[in-house]
Design a protein. Structure first.
Length: 140
């Protein structure tokens, strides 16, 4: 839950804030497979690696657990956001359950805003309850 909060916070206040220049192409797609937004992956990977090293060198005793949290959330992000939601890899196209429908709908609502202001649904794995209610009651 801590990583979900950190992802929500950094998405809302960093990506949609002072680093919008890197995140903008995710909301306003440009040609090409790589987005400037993908540099956030490199940033978080570097933090995770730095924490592993600091733990290994005996500098920070919580480096392993925090580094693993960032790594595992990054893997979940890749699977849910890049593969499932945005279909950047041709997998999981036919996945259909209420939880995944709720996540996909919340992300779609997030992307309806093309600018950095007036955004909503900044989380990834935990989304507003209204999307779960809608997904569980939707006829499929």
């Amino acid at each position: 839950m801590t990583m979900e909060f950190m992802a929500w916070f950094s998405h809302k206040y960093v990506m949609h804030g002072f680093l919008w220049v890197l995140h903008k192409d995710h909301h306003q797609p440009e040609k090409g497979w790589f987005e400037r937004n993908d540099t956030f992956f490199i940033f978080y990977a570097a933090i995770s690696i730095g924490l592993f090293v600091s733990w290994n060198e005996g500098v920070f005793e919580y480096g392993l657990s925090i580094g693993l949290g960032i790594l595992l959330y990054g893997m979940a992000y890749f699977a849910v956001h890049d593969i499932f939601i945005h279909q950047r890899v041709n997998w999981l196209k036919r996945t259909d359950n209420a939880y995944f429908r709720a996540i996909r709908k919340a992300h779609k609502v997030h992307h309806k805003h093309l600018g950095k202001e007036e955004g909503e649904c900044f989380g990834m794995l935990v989304v507003p309850i209204r999307f779960f209610k809608e997904a569980f009651t939707a006829k499929r």
